[in-house]
Design a protein around this ligand. Structure first.
Ligand code: SF4
Ligand code: SF4
Length: 111
């Protein structure tokens, strides 16, 4: 059920002091403040035997790329910091996950 339908079904009025914004508009406000140290690292050796590749399917930013030699290419720079890759990966030690250092990472701006 969409938020719009949920609102209508429950007769909930929107507080219009906050501008309505679509998902795409929200994403377009994103700024990535990139720290030189990667906040997520992927151990390519652990990935070699992985046939399920959950990270490739689940990362909403599409940051995991399977390579023809069985490896994984990963780039932390446009990460949404959602934690999905860490949750879905079944291989212990394949992903090392932290938030970026303070002042870095994704920033959503109000429009
Ligand atoms: S990060 Fe995890 S899910 Fe992704 S390829 Fe490596 S082992 Fe598989
Ligand atoms: S934290 Fe989210 S956006 Fe970042 S690499 Fe993992 S799944 Fe992708």
């Amino acid at each position: 059920m969409s938020l719009e339908s949920l609102r209508a079904a429950n007769n909930i009025e929107r507080d219009n002091t906050w501008a309505e914004i679509s998902f795409q508009e929200r994403i377009d406000t994103a700024e990535f403040r990139i720290h030189e140290r990667a906040h997520i690292t992927v151990n390519g050796d652990s990935c070699r035997g992985c046939t399920t590749r959950e990270c490739v399917v689940a990362c909403p930013a599409n940051l995991f790329v399977p390579t023809s030699d069985g490896g994984i290419l990963f780039n932390y720079e446009n990460c949404f910091e959602c934690g999905t890759c860490y949750l879905v990966c079944n291989q212990a030690g394949a992903i090392t996950w932290t938030y970026p250092e303070g002042g870095y990472g994704i920033v959503f701006h109000r429009t």
